[in-house]
Design a protein around this ligand. Structure first.
Ligand SMILES: N[C@@H](CCC(=O)N[C@@H](CS)C(=O)NCC(=O)O)C(=O)O
Length: 193
């Protein structure tokens, strides 16, 4: 049994999309950043007070990178990770870069631009980060979707990241996840992204 604790539009969006991509049954439990994540009930589940938090048969798994890796490996039929060791290592390299360099630059527009310039360079002219669609694309999408809006990137700044975001927004799992999260955000008076 999988349970995902998420807050609309936050880091947990990547895990939520990946779960919908796998087709696995899961329960999604909303917990709003900064209010819900600091409540004792949630800290009893994850003392770090962060989303995403995934329970796998009651066992806690945290960190976007680890959850995406787990889902990619646990549901191979969804083809969210390459099947060879070098491909998997490339996925971990990309996701480590996204979790540290890109997510780490979220508080500052200048650093954010520099980080996304590196991400754009990594992506290059390809449709997907690793050639075929993978969890890396989900992670990259969530960060660009959120921070392009926050930093007010113009459409010509990162054309390949814009095109990647458009490809992602056409995927049924992304459409479904954003519909669920937008409805919860609206009720809470939040706007996405
Ligand atoms: N390194 C963590 C970062 C997760 C994170 O920063 N989550 C934020 C939302 S984007 C959060 O839960 N904040 C709630 C809080 O600090 O109270 C990961 O990759 O999962």
């Amino acid at each position: 049994m999988l349970v995902l604790y998420f807050s609309p539009g936050s880091s947990s969006l990547a895990a939520h999309i990946a779960l919908n991509e796998t087709g696995a049954p899961f329960e999604a439990r909303p917990v709003l950043v900064a209010t819900g994540t600091r409540k004792p009930e949630f800290l009893a589940i994850n003392p770090e007070g962060k989303v995403p938090s995934l329970l796998i048969d009651g066992r806690l798994l945290t960190e976007v990178l680890a959850i995406l890796f787990y889902l990619g490996r646990a549901y191979p039929q969804a083809k969210l990770l390459p099947g060879d060791i070098e491909g998997e290592a490339q996925a971990l390299s990309w996701m480590s870069f996204l979790a540290s360099t890109v997510h780490g630059a979220r508080a500052d527009a200048t650093q954010g631009r520099a980080a996304f310039a590196l991400a754009a360079q990594r992506l290059g002219a390809g449709e997907w980060a690793l050639g075929d669609y993978s969890v890396v694309d989900i992670f990259l999408f969530r960060l660009f979707w959120r921070f392009a809006a926050r930093f007010q990137f113009t459409p010509d700044e990162f054309p390949n990241l814009e095109a990647h975001r458009a490809r992602m927004l056409a995927r049924p799992a992304v459409i479904k996840t954003l519909a669920v999260e937008s409805a919860i955000a609206e009720k809470a008076g939040l706007t996405l992204p």
